[in-house]
Structure formats: C-alpha cells, structure tokens
Design a protein around this ligand. Structure first.
Ligand code: NAP
Length: 230
C-alpha cells in the first residue's frame, strides 16, 4: 500500500487528510505538534491500524531530521506539507509584530523546505513521488487586489517559490512538487464563513493528486484542479 506523510493532523484539513487516506487503505504517517492533546487523531489511530502518529513541532529542524532518520527505511508516496499558521499579530499594517511575522515564515515557508530536504530520499524511494505544499490563493501575488494579511500572504508566496525550486531541483529524481489551494474551508483557520467542508476539500485534492504526473510539477492548483495565478 502507498504511504502518505501529513503534517499538522490534530485538527482541520490535516485530520481529514488522515481520515481519507486511511479509509482509502493507505498507510498514514501523521504528525502533531502536541500528540498528548491530539484526541481525535489518536482516536482514529486507535481503531485504524494503518495510521501512525508522531510528535513534530515543524519549526524544530532537529526534530524534522530526527523523524526523517527514524523513518529512514520507509518509502513515502505523498508528502503533504499541511501544518500552517495565520499569525494574528502580523497581518495588518500598523500592527505588525516581528516575532509573529517570523513565526508565519518559519511554519509556512521554512519548515516545508526543510521537510522536503529531510524526506528527499524517502520520496525518491516511493512509487508516486509527490510533494504537496499546502499553499493558499492568498499567496498569489497576481491575485492580491485587497492588500493586508501581510505575513500570511508573504509566507505562502514564499512557499510557492520553494515549490517552484523543488520542482526543478527534484525533477531528475522523478519527484513531482505542487502548490495547492484547498479552497476556503470550514476549519479553525478558515472560520465559520468558509464555503466548503474539510471533506469536500480533501476529496477534491486527493482526486487532483491521483491525476498528477511529472509534467505537472511546479503547478499551483486549486482543490478542483484549476490552475491558479502566481
Ligand atoms: N482553512 C482554509 O480555508 C485554508 C485556505 C487556504 C490554505 N489553508 C492552509 O491549509 C493548511 C491547513 O489549514 P487548516 O485550515 O486546517 O488550519 P488549522 O485548522 O488552523 O490547523 C493548522 C494545523 O497546523 C498545525 N501547526 C501550526 N503550527 C505548527 C507548528 N509550529 N508545528 C506543528 N504543527 C503546527 C496545527 O497544530 P496545533 O493544533 O498544534 O496548532 C494544526 O494541526 C494550512 O497550511 C493553511 O494555511 C487553509
């Protein structure tokens, strides 16, 4: 069975990712910052023998490398770089705080790059060889007509740049790297006004993943498969 590694699986999109991958019969490696409080994910892992959970604070590069080392004999088919933040004190001009801005950059941009670096060999050993950077339409520079959301937009635009470089650098190893927008989804981050459920978003994204080939590497896609402007 193929294996998916997903970060940030204790709630929101990550939780739905592990549910759907598990139901589809995949082996699932999920990571949570605080495993002890990941009640729903742990409940899933208790009843589904194909889900394994590991603690991972994605801003800790040593922890990323230790996890990669611990899993060194495990081929990974899909690496889903899902963990993300909307750092509240770094979105509005006049209220920007350096620490919050740097947190957004660390979680949303630096950590995905370090994860790709650490899991490169695992991906090369997998069959599907797919990396998904969980981006956002808010990271589209071309689509930014409203301003604001400084650290979120900047960190997701920078993630898109990471995706582009990795797509190019890993092409020779047959590894495909894409940036995905999951839609505006009903999660803690998306809020109550969001238009789609996690089920619809993940179902859509997983269908998109299934259709991707090496020629799609470096694309920025929505959950419905449409291309998004950089
Ligand atoms: N929801 C939307 O409408 C939407 C739209 C576009 C893009 N996205 C992107 O989709 C991804 C998932 O979003 P979501 O809506 O599911 O968000 P969410 O409900 O806020 O969940 C975020 C997840 O990321 C984890 N995380 C945050 N900082 C972390 C860290 N330092 N180390 C490890 N894990 C960390 C959280 O863990 P804790 O519980 O420990 O904080 C949580 O599991 C994010 O990258 C987000 O930017 C979401």
């Amino acid at each position: 069975m193929p294996t998916a590694l997903v970060t940030g699986v204790n709630r929101g999109l990550g939780l739905e990712f592990i549910k759907q991958y598990s139901q589809a019969g995949w082996d699932v490696i999920g990571t949570c910052r605080d495993l002890g409080s990941a009640v729903e994910a742990s409940g899933l892992a208790d009843v589904a023998s194909n889900i394994e959970l590991y603690p991972l604070e994605v801003t800790n590069s040593e922890a990323i490398n230790s996890l990669a080392d611990m899993l060194k004999d495990r081929p990974i088919d899909h690496l889903v770089l899902n963990a993300g933040v909307m750092a509240e004190q770094a979105q509005v001009l006049g209220e920007l705080e350096q620490d919050d801005f740097m947190l957004a950059m660390n979680v949303n941009t630096v950590s995905p790059a370090l994860m790709i670096q650490a899991f490169r060999a695992h991906l090369a050993a997998g069959d599907k060889k797919l990396v998904i950077g969980m981006s956002s339409i808010l990271g589209s520079i071309a689509g930014n007509s409203d301003g604001g959301l400084y650290s979120y937009r900047a960190s997701k635009a920078a993630l898109n740049a990471v995706v582009k470089s990795a797509a190019s650098d890993l092409a020779a190893e047959g590894i495909t790297v894409v940036a995905m927008h999951p839609g505006w989804v009903q999660t803690d981050m998306g809020g109550e006004g969001a238009t789609i459920t996690t089920g619809v978003s993940i179902d859509g994204m997983r269908k998109v993943f299934e259709g991707l080939t090496a020629t799609d590497s470096g694309r920025f896609l929505s959950y419905d498969g449409s291309d998004l402007p950089w």
